[in-house]
Design a protein around this ligand. Structure first.
Ligand code: 6PG
Length: 466
Protein backbone atom coordinates (compact mmCIF):
# COMPACT_ATOMS: atom_id res chain seq x y z
CA UNK A 1 0.00 0.00 0.00
CA UNK A 2 1.42 3.39 -1.01
CA UNK A 3 1.30 5.32 2.23
CA UNK A 4 4.52 7.32 2.46
CA UNK A 5 4.41 11.05 1.70
CA UNK A 6 8.05 11.02 0.63
CA UNK A 7 10.95 8.61 0.13
CA UNK A 8 14.58 8.80 1.16
CA UNK A 9 17.55 6.85 -0.17
CA UNK A 10 20.79 6.68 1.80
CA UNK A 11 20.72 6.24 5.58
CA UNK A 12 24.18 7.55 6.40
CA UNK A 13 24.51 10.18 9.11
CA UNK A 14 22.79 12.96 7.18
CA UNK A 15 20.15 10.78 5.50
CA UNK A 16 19.14 9.10 8.76
CA UNK A 17 18.87 12.45 10.55
CA UNK A 18 16.81 13.97 7.73
CA UNK A 19 14.48 10.95 7.62
CA UNK A 20 13.82 11.28 11.37
CA UNK A 21 13.22 15.02 10.96
CA UNK A 22 10.64 14.30 8.24
CA UNK A 23 8.99 11.60 10.32
CA UNK A 24 8.87 13.84 13.37
CA UNK A 25 7.02 16.51 11.40
CA UNK A 26 4.29 13.98 10.74
CA UNK A 27 5.12 12.85 7.21
CA UNK A 28 5.34 9.09 6.70
CA UNK A 29 8.73 8.47 5.08
CA UNK A 30 9.76 5.38 3.14
CA UNK A 31 13.46 4.65 3.46
CA UNK A 32 15.93 2.46 1.59
CA UNK A 33 19.63 1.86 1.97
CA UNK A 34 21.90 -0.19 -0.29
CA UNK A 35 22.72 -2.39 2.70
CA UNK A 36 19.40 -3.82 3.89
CA UNK A 37 20.63 -4.27 7.46
CA UNK A 38 21.21 -0.52 7.73
CA UNK A 39 17.57 0.08 6.78
CA UNK A 40 16.37 -2.51 9.29
CA UNK A 41 18.52 -1.08 12.09
CA UNK A 42 17.34 2.42 11.29
CA UNK A 43 13.67 1.43 11.49
CA UNK A 44 14.27 -0.62 14.63
CA UNK A 45 15.91 2.37 16.35
CA UNK A 46 13.38 4.99 15.28
CA UNK A 47 11.69 4.87 18.70
CA UNK A 48 8.52 6.95 18.91
CA UNK A 49 8.90 7.86 15.25
CA UNK A 50 8.81 4.23 14.07
CA UNK A 51 5.14 4.41 12.99
CA UNK A 52 6.07 7.13 10.50
CA UNK A 53 9.05 5.19 9.09
CA UNK A 54 8.46 2.64 6.34
CA UNK A 55 11.58 0.52 5.78
CA UNK A 56 11.88 -1.04 2.32
CA UNK A 57 14.24 -3.70 1.03
CA UNK A 58 14.39 -2.90 -2.67
CA UNK A 59 14.20 0.19 -4.85
CA UNK A 60 10.96 -1.14 -6.35
CA UNK A 61 9.63 -1.61 -2.82
CA UNK A 62 10.57 1.96 -1.96
CA UNK A 63 8.83 3.35 -5.03
CA UNK A 64 5.74 1.24 -4.35
CA UNK A 65 5.54 2.55 -0.78
CA UNK A 66 5.27 6.22 -1.79
CA UNK A 67 2.03 7.94 -2.74
CA UNK A 68 2.20 9.26 -6.33
CA UNK A 69 3.29 11.70 -7.56
CA UNK A 70 6.36 10.58 -5.67
CA UNK A 71 9.14 12.67 -4.21
CA UNK A 72 12.36 10.80 -3.36
CA UNK A 73 15.32 12.40 -1.60
CA UNK A 74 18.79 11.11 -2.44
CA UNK A 75 21.25 11.40 0.44
CA UNK A 76 24.18 9.51 -1.04
CA UNK A 77 27.81 10.66 -1.40
CA UNK A 78 28.19 13.32 -4.10
CA UNK A 79 29.63 12.15 -7.41
CA UNK A 80 29.24 8.83 -9.23
CA UNK A 81 26.98 7.37 -6.55
CA UNK A 82 24.34 9.96 -7.42
CA UNK A 83 24.46 9.12 -11.13
CA UNK A 84 24.25 5.40 -10.36
CA UNK A 85 21.30 5.92 -8.05
CA UNK A 86 19.46 8.06 -10.59
CA UNK A 87 20.09 5.46 -13.30
CA UNK A 88 18.71 2.70 -11.09
CA UNK A 89 15.72 4.71 -9.96
CA UNK A 90 14.39 6.44 -13.06
CA UNK A 91 13.14 3.28 -14.85
CA UNK A 92 10.86 2.74 -11.84
CA UNK A 93 9.43 6.27 -11.85
CA UNK A 94 6.80 8.12 -13.86
CA UNK A 95 7.05 11.56 -15.47
CA UNK A 96 5.39 13.26 -12.49
CA UNK A 97 7.74 11.72 -9.94
CA UNK A 98 10.50 13.85 -8.51
CA UNK A 99 14.08 13.00 -7.55
CA UNK A 100 15.67 15.42 -5.07
CA UNK A 101 19.45 15.28 -4.74
CA UNK A 102 20.09 16.64 -1.25
CA UNK A 103 23.81 15.87 -1.14
CA UNK A 104 26.70 18.28 -1.62
CA UNK A 105 26.69 17.98 -5.42
CA UNK A 106 28.82 20.04 -7.73
CA UNK A 107 26.31 22.39 -9.33
CA UNK A 108 27.61 21.60 -12.82
CA UNK A 109 26.62 17.97 -12.19
CA UNK A 110 23.19 19.13 -11.04
CA UNK A 111 22.76 21.19 -14.20
CA UNK A 112 23.73 18.16 -16.26
CA UNK A 113 21.45 15.79 -14.33
CA UNK A 114 18.50 18.19 -14.47
CA UNK A 115 18.87 18.33 -18.24
CA UNK A 116 19.55 14.61 -18.72
CA UNK A 117 17.24 12.85 -16.27
CA UNK A 118 14.61 11.29 -18.47
CA UNK A 119 11.27 9.99 -17.30
CA UNK A 120 11.17 11.92 -14.02
CA UNK A 121 11.68 15.41 -12.63
CA UNK A 122 14.79 16.55 -10.76
CA UNK A 123 15.68 19.05 -8.04
CA UNK A 124 19.13 19.83 -6.66
CA UNK A 125 18.83 20.82 -3.03
CA UNK A 126 21.66 22.15 -0.87
CA UNK A 127 21.16 21.15 2.76
CA UNK A 128 23.29 22.68 5.47
CA UNK A 129 23.59 22.20 9.19
CA UNK A 130 25.43 18.94 9.63
CA UNK A 131 23.78 16.05 11.46
CA UNK A 132 22.14 18.28 14.06
CA UNK A 133 20.69 20.54 11.38
CA UNK A 134 19.41 17.65 9.29
CA UNK A 135 17.72 16.20 12.39
CA UNK A 136 16.20 19.36 13.83
CA UNK A 137 16.11 21.91 11.04
CA UNK A 138 18.64 22.56 8.28
CA UNK A 139 18.93 25.54 5.95
CA UNK A 140 17.73 24.48 2.51
CA UNK A 141 18.80 25.95 -0.84
CA UNK A 142 16.72 24.63 -3.72
CA UNK A 143 17.40 24.54 -7.45
CA UNK A 144 15.38 23.27 -10.39
CA UNK A 145 11.97 23.98 -11.84
CA UNK A 146 9.97 26.30 -9.58
CA UNK A 147 6.87 24.12 -9.89
CA UNK A 148 8.82 21.09 -8.67
CA UNK A 149 10.16 23.07 -5.73
CA UNK A 150 6.63 24.21 -4.89
CA UNK A 151 5.34 20.63 -5.07
CA UNK A 152 7.32 19.75 -1.93
CA UNK A 153 6.61 23.00 -0.08
CA UNK A 154 4.73 21.37 2.77
CA UNK A 155 7.47 18.92 3.75
CA UNK A 156 10.31 21.33 3.03
CA UNK A 157 8.92 24.12 5.19
CA UNK A 158 8.14 21.75 8.03
CA UNK A 159 11.64 20.29 8.22
CA UNK A 160 13.65 23.50 7.64
CA UNK A 161 15.23 25.61 10.38
CA UNK A 162 13.34 28.72 11.39
CA UNK A 163 14.87 32.15 11.71
CA UNK A 164 14.10 34.19 14.82
CA UNK A 165 11.18 35.84 13.03
CA UNK A 166 9.73 32.39 12.35
CA UNK A 167 10.50 32.29 8.61
CA UNK A 168 11.57 28.83 7.37
CA UNK A 169 15.17 28.88 6.17
CA UNK A 170 14.37 27.26 2.83
CA UNK A 171 14.30 29.10 -0.46
CA UNK A 172 14.33 28.43 -4.16
CA UNK A 173 17.49 29.82 -5.69
CA UNK A 174 16.82 29.33 -9.39
CA UNK A 175 16.77 26.79 -12.19
CA UNK A 176 19.08 23.79 -12.54
CA UNK A 177 22.10 23.84 -10.27
CA UNK A 178 21.34 27.19 -8.56
CA UNK A 179 20.63 25.59 -5.17
CA UNK A 180 23.82 23.57 -5.17
CA UNK A 181 25.76 26.59 -6.40
CA UNK A 182 24.60 28.67 -3.42
CA UNK A 183 25.34 25.74 -1.08
CA UNK A 184 28.84 25.55 -2.55
CA UNK A 185 29.48 29.24 -1.86
CA UNK A 186 28.06 28.69 1.63
CA UNK A 187 30.69 26.01 2.14
CA UNK A 188 33.43 28.22 0.73
CA UNK A 189 32.47 30.88 3.27
CA UNK A 190 32.36 28.13 5.92
CA UNK A 191 35.99 27.25 5.09
CA UNK A 192 36.98 30.94 5.29
CA UNK A 193 35.20 31.59 8.59
CA UNK A 194 36.86 28.48 10.05
CA UNK A 195 40.31 29.43 8.74
CA UNK A 196 40.14 32.97 10.15
CA UNK A 197 39.10 31.58 13.53
CA UNK A 198 41.99 29.11 13.33
CA UNK A 199 44.44 31.93 12.50
CA UNK A 200 43.35 33.94 15.53
CA UNK A 201 43.54 30.76 17.63
CA UNK A 202 47.13 30.35 16.40
CA UNK A 203 48.04 33.90 17.44
CA UNK A 204 46.73 33.23 20.93
CA UNK A 205 48.34 29.78 21.21
CA UNK A 206 51.72 30.35 19.58
CA UNK A 207 52.11 34.10 20.02
CA UNK A 208 50.56 34.75 23.39
CA UNK A 209 51.21 31.36 24.96
CA UNK A 210 47.58 30.82 25.92
CA UNK A 211 46.22 27.38 26.73
CA UNK A 212 43.22 25.87 24.98
CA UNK A 213 40.82 26.51 27.87
CA UNK A 214 41.73 30.20 28.07
CA UNK A 215 41.32 30.49 24.30
CA UNK A 216 37.93 28.81 24.63
CA UNK A 217 36.96 31.46 27.18
CA UNK A 218 37.91 34.19 24.70
CA UNK A 219 35.74 32.62 21.98
CA UNK A 220 32.91 32.26 24.48
CA UNK A 221 33.13 36.00 25.27
CA UNK A 222 33.12 36.86 21.56
CA UNK A 223 30.06 34.69 21.14
CA UNK A 224 28.19 37.27 23.21
CA UNK A 225 29.04 40.11 20.83
CA UNK A 226 29.08 41.05 17.14
CA UNK A 227 30.74 37.72 16.26
CA UNK A 228 27.93 35.67 17.78
CA UNK A 229 27.64 32.64 15.51
CA UNK A 230 27.52 28.87 15.40
CA UNK A 231 31.18 28.58 14.41
CA UNK A 232 32.47 30.87 17.18
CA UNK A 233 30.27 29.03 19.68
CA UNK A 234 31.55 25.59 18.72
CA UNK A 235 35.13 26.90 18.66
CA UNK A 236 34.69 27.82 22.34
CA UNK A 237 33.37 24.35 23.09
CA UNK A 238 36.06 22.56 21.07
CA UNK A 239 38.80 24.59 22.80
CA UNK A 240 37.41 23.94 26.28
CA UNK A 241 36.93 20.20 25.82
CA UNK A 242 39.22 17.78 27.64
CA UNK A 243 40.37 14.58 25.96
CA UNK A 244 38.91 11.72 27.99
CA UNK A 245 41.81 9.45 26.96
CA UNK A 246 44.72 11.62 28.07
CA UNK A 247 43.18 14.29 30.27
CA UNK A 248 44.85 16.95 28.08
CA UNK A 249 42.89 19.63 26.20
CA UNK A 250 41.38 17.80 23.23
CA UNK A 251 42.64 20.43 20.78
CA UNK A 252 46.20 19.64 21.81
CA UNK A 253 45.89 16.00 20.74
CA UNK A 254 44.14 16.59 17.38
CA UNK A 255 46.42 16.28 14.33
CA UNK A 256 46.80 19.62 12.54
CA UNK A 257 45.87 18.33 9.07
CA UNK A 258 42.42 19.37 7.85
CA UNK A 259 40.24 17.17 5.67
CA UNK A 260 37.98 18.40 2.89
CA UNK A 261 35.48 17.00 0.47
CA UNK A 262 35.88 19.61 -2.23
CA UNK A 263 33.16 22.22 -1.89
CA UNK A 264 35.59 24.94 -0.76
CA UNK A 265 37.83 24.17 -3.71
CA UNK A 266 34.84 24.29 -6.08
CA UNK A 267 33.99 27.75 -4.74
CA UNK A 268 37.53 28.99 -5.40
CA UNK A 269 37.66 27.44 -8.87
CA UNK A 270 34.25 28.80 -9.84
CA UNK A 271 35.15 32.24 -8.54
CA UNK A 272 38.13 32.24 -10.86
CA UNK A 273 35.90 31.31 -13.80
CA UNK A 274 33.54 34.12 -12.86
CA UNK A 275 36.38 36.63 -12.37
CA UNK A 276 34.76 37.35 -9.01
CA UNK A 277 37.63 37.16 -6.51
CA UNK A 278 37.14 35.36 -3.20
CA UNK A 279 40.69 35.59 -1.84
CA UNK A 280 39.76 34.77 1.75
CA UNK A 281 38.12 31.53 0.61
CA UNK A 282 41.06 30.76 -1.69
CA UNK A 283 43.44 31.29 1.22
CA UNK A 284 41.36 28.97 3.38
CA UNK A 285 41.45 26.21 0.75
CA UNK A 286 45.18 26.73 0.34
CA UNK A 287 45.69 26.51 4.11
CA UNK A 288 43.79 23.21 4.29
CA UNK A 289 45.94 21.82 1.49
CA UNK A 290 49.15 22.95 3.18
CA UNK A 291 47.92 21.58 6.50
CA UNK A 292 47.76 18.12 4.94
CA UNK A 293 51.47 18.28 3.97
CA UNK A 294 52.76 17.57 7.44
CA UNK A 295 56.12 16.09 6.41
CA UNK A 296 56.96 19.01 4.12
CA UNK A 297 56.03 21.45 6.89
CA UNK A 298 58.26 19.60 9.30
CA UNK A 299 61.11 19.77 6.78
CA UNK A 300 60.45 23.50 6.37
CA UNK A 301 60.84 24.01 10.11
CA UNK A 302 64.11 22.09 10.13
CA UNK A 303 65.53 24.15 7.24
CA UNK A 304 64.23 27.61 8.15
CA UNK A 305 64.15 27.47 11.90
CA UNK A 306 61.77 28.58 14.56
CA UNK A 307 58.18 29.15 13.52
CA UNK A 308 55.89 31.77 15.01
CA UNK A 309 57.45 33.94 17.70
CA UNK A 310 55.90 35.41 20.85
CA UNK A 311 53.86 38.60 20.52
CA UNK A 312 51.35 40.58 22.49
CA UNK A 313 47.99 41.54 21.11
CA UNK A 314 44.91 42.93 22.81
CA UNK A 315 41.93 40.59 22.94
CA UNK A 316 39.79 43.42 21.57
CA UNK A 317 42.09 43.80 18.57
CA UNK A 318 41.82 40.10 17.76
CA UNK A 319 38.04 40.32 17.98
CA UNK A 320 37.93 43.37 15.74
CA UNK A 321 40.30 41.72 13.25
CA UNK A 322 37.94 38.78 13.02
CA UNK A 323 34.94 41.07 12.58
CA UNK A 324 36.68 42.91 9.73
CA UNK A 325 37.86 39.68 8.12
CA UNK A 326 34.38 38.21 8.29
CA UNK A 327 32.75 41.22 6.64
CA UNK A 328 35.37 41.26 3.89
CA UNK A 329 34.94 37.54 3.27
CA UNK A 330 31.14 37.73 3.06
CA UNK A 331 31.34 40.77 0.80
CA UNK A 332 33.45 38.65 -1.56
CA UNK A 333 31.10 35.68 -1.32
CA UNK A 334 28.00 37.74 -2.08
CA UNK A 335 29.80 39.47 -4.96
CA UNK A 336 30.58 36.03 -6.38
CA UNK A 337 26.92 35.02 -6.11
CA UNK A 338 25.93 38.27 -7.83
CA UNK A 339 28.35 37.50 -10.68
CA UNK A 340 27.03 33.95 -11.03
CA UNK A 341 23.47 35.21 -11.35
CA UNK A 342 24.52 37.24 -14.38
CA UNK A 343 26.65 34.47 -15.84
CA UNK A 344 24.18 31.60 -15.46
CA UNK A 345 20.95 33.53 -15.92
CA UNK A 346 19.70 32.89 -12.38
CA UNK A 347 17.66 35.61 -10.68
CA UNK A 348 19.57 35.03 -7.44
CA UNK A 349 17.99 36.90 -4.55
CA UNK A 350 20.94 38.05 -2.43
CA UNK A 351 18.99 39.26 0.61
CA UNK A 352 16.95 36.04 0.39
CA UNK A 353 20.16 33.99 0.48
CA UNK A 354 21.40 35.91 3.53
CA UNK A 355 18.02 35.24 5.16
CA UNK A 356 18.24 31.49 4.45
CA UNK A 357 21.68 31.41 6.06
CA UNK A 358 20.44 33.07 9.27
CA UNK A 359 19.53 29.76 10.93
CA UNK A 360 20.12 26.04 10.56
CA UNK A 361 23.32 26.20 8.52
CA UNK A 362 26.95 26.03 9.59
CA UNK A 363 27.65 29.72 8.87
CA UNK A 364 24.59 30.98 10.74
CA UNK A 365 25.33 34.12 12.69
CA UNK A 366 23.77 37.28 14.04
CA UNK A 367 25.67 39.28 11.46
CA UNK A 368 23.69 37.64 8.66
CA UNK A 369 20.59 39.48 9.88
CA UNK A 370 22.34 42.78 9.20
CA UNK A 371 23.68 41.50 5.90
CA UNK A 372 20.18 40.51 4.81
CA UNK A 373 18.96 44.02 5.65
CA UNK A 374 21.86 45.70 3.86
CA UNK A 375 21.37 43.58 0.75
CA UNK A 376 17.64 44.25 0.82
CA UNK A 377 18.38 47.99 0.65
CA UNK A 378 20.59 47.53 -2.40
CA UNK A 379 21.44 44.06 -3.71
CA UNK A 380 23.80 45.41 -6.38
CA UNK A 381 26.04 47.35 -4.01
CA UNK A 382 29.13 45.63 -2.63
CA UNK A 383 28.50 44.84 1.01
CA UNK A 384 31.56 46.85 2.11
CA UNK A 385 29.78 49.98 0.82
CA UNK A 386 26.55 49.39 2.74
CA UNK A 387 26.54 52.08 5.46
CA UNK A 388 26.42 49.73 8.46
CA UNK A 389 29.24 47.53 7.15
CA UNK A 390 31.32 50.44 5.88
CA UNK A 391 31.17 51.88 9.41
CA UNK A 392 32.04 48.53 10.98
CA UNK A 393 35.00 48.06 8.65
CA UNK A 394 36.22 51.57 9.37
CA UNK A 395 36.04 50.88 13.09
CA UNK A 396 37.68 47.44 12.88
CA UNK A 397 40.32 48.11 10.24
CA UNK A 398 43.01 49.60 12.48
CA UNK A 399 42.82 46.48 14.65
CA UNK A 400 43.00 44.20 11.62
CA UNK A 401 46.11 46.06 10.46
CA UNK A 402 47.70 45.84 13.91
CA UNK A 403 46.99 42.11 14.17
CA UNK A 404 48.20 41.32 10.67
CA UNK A 405 51.36 43.42 10.85
CA UNK A 406 52.32 42.18 14.31
CA UNK A 407 51.52 38.61 13.33
CA UNK A 408 53.48 38.71 10.11
CA UNK A 409 56.44 40.43 11.78
CA UNK A 410 56.52 37.59 14.30
CA UNK A 411 56.33 34.89 11.62
CA UNK A 412 52.72 33.78 12.07
CA UNK A 413 50.87 32.40 9.04
CA UNK A 414 47.71 34.47 8.55
CA UNK A 415 46.84 33.83 4.91
CA UNK A 416 43.08 34.43 5.14
CA UNK A 417 43.24 37.63 7.21
CA UNK A 418 46.01 38.97 4.98
CA UNK A 419 44.05 38.07 1.84
CA UNK A 420 41.02 39.94 3.14
CA UNK A 421 43.07 43.02 3.87
CA UNK A 422 44.86 42.90 0.51
CA UNK A 423 41.55 42.72 -1.31
CA UNK A 424 40.13 45.59 0.75
CA UNK A 425 43.11 47.83 0.04
CA UNK A 426 42.72 47.14 -3.67
CA UNK A 427 39.00 47.83 -3.45
CA UNK A 428 39.55 51.35 -2.22
CA UNK A 429 42.42 52.26 -4.55
CA UNK A 430 41.25 54.58 -7.30
CA UNK A 431 44.64 54.79 -9.04
CA UNK A 432 45.97 51.26 -8.89
CA UNK A 433 49.13 49.74 -10.31
CA UNK A 434 47.71 47.80 -13.25
CA UNK A 435 49.03 50.55 -15.54
CA UNK A 436 52.41 48.86 -15.03
CA UNK A 437 50.89 45.48 -15.91
CA UNK A 438 49.37 46.99 -19.04
CA UNK A 439 52.68 48.59 -20.02
CA UNK A 440 54.44 45.22 -19.63
CA UNK A 441 51.75 43.40 -21.62
CA UNK A 442 52.02 45.89 -24.40
CA UNK A 443 55.82 45.71 -24.36
CA UNK A 444 56.06 41.96 -24.80
CA UNK A 445 52.82 41.18 -26.57
CA UNK A 446 51.50 44.38 -28.19
CA UNK A 447 48.30 43.86 -26.18
CA UNK A 448 47.56 47.58 -26.17
CA UNK A 449 46.32 49.85 -23.38
CA UNK A 450 43.85 52.65 -22.76
CA UNK A 451 45.19 56.15 -21.99
CA UNK A 452 44.05 58.36 -19.13
CA UNK A 453 44.01 61.38 -21.43
CA UNK A 454 41.72 59.63 -23.90
CA UNK A 455 44.16 59.97 -26.82
CA UNK A 456 44.10 56.98 -29.06
CA UNK A 457 47.74 55.91 -28.91
CA UNK A 458 47.19 52.30 -27.88
CA UNK A 459 50.77 51.05 -27.97
CA UNK A 460 53.99 52.27 -26.43
CA UNK A 461 57.09 53.35 -28.42
CA UNK A 462 58.88 50.09 -27.68
CA UNK A 463 60.70 49.61 -31.00
CA UNK A 464 64.01 50.99 -29.77
CA UNK A 465 63.70 49.48 -26.27
CA UNK A 466 63.22 45.85 -27.23
C1 6PG B 1 27.01 21.98 6.00
C2 6PG B 1 28.43 21.55 5.86
C3 6PG B 1 28.48 20.13 5.38
C4 6PG B 1 29.85 19.53 5.50
C5 6PG B 1 30.70 19.95 4.33
C6 6PG B 1 32.08 20.37 4.65
O1 6PG B 1 26.68 23.00 5.46
O2 6PG B 1 26.27 21.27 6.69
O3 6PG B 1 29.07 22.37 4.93
O4 6PG B 1 27.92 20.09 4.12
O5 6PG B 1 30.42 19.79 6.70
O6 6PG B 1 30.68 18.85 3.48
O7 6PG B 1 32.90 19.34 4.44
P1 6PG B 1 34.45 19.39 4.28
O8 6PG B 1 35.02 20.29 5.32
O9 6PG B 1 34.81 17.96 4.51
O10 6PG B 1 34.76 19.82 2.89
Amino acid sequence: MAEARIGLIGLGTMGAALALNIAEKGFPVAVWNRTAQVTRDFAANAGDLAPQVIPTESLAGLVAAIRPPRAIILMVPAGDAVDQQIAALTPLLGPDDLIIDAGNANFHDTDRRAAAVGGARFLGMGVSGGEEGARHGPAIMGGGARADWDSVAEVREAIAARAEDGTPCAAWMGEGGAGHFVKTVHNGIEYADMQMIAEVYGLMRDGMGMGAAAIGDVFARWDQGVLRSFLIGISATVARTIDPESGAPLLDVIVDAAGQKGTGRWTAVEAQHLAAPVPVIEAAVMARNVSARREERAAGLVRFGAGPQPLTLAEGDLEQALIAGKILCYAQGFAMIRAAGGQFGWALDLPGIARVWRAGCIIRSDMLNDMARALAQDADRNLILAPLFAARIEAALPALRRVVTAGIAAGHALPALVAGLGWFDLMRTARGTANMTQGQRDFFGMHGFDRLDGRDLHHGPWAGAR
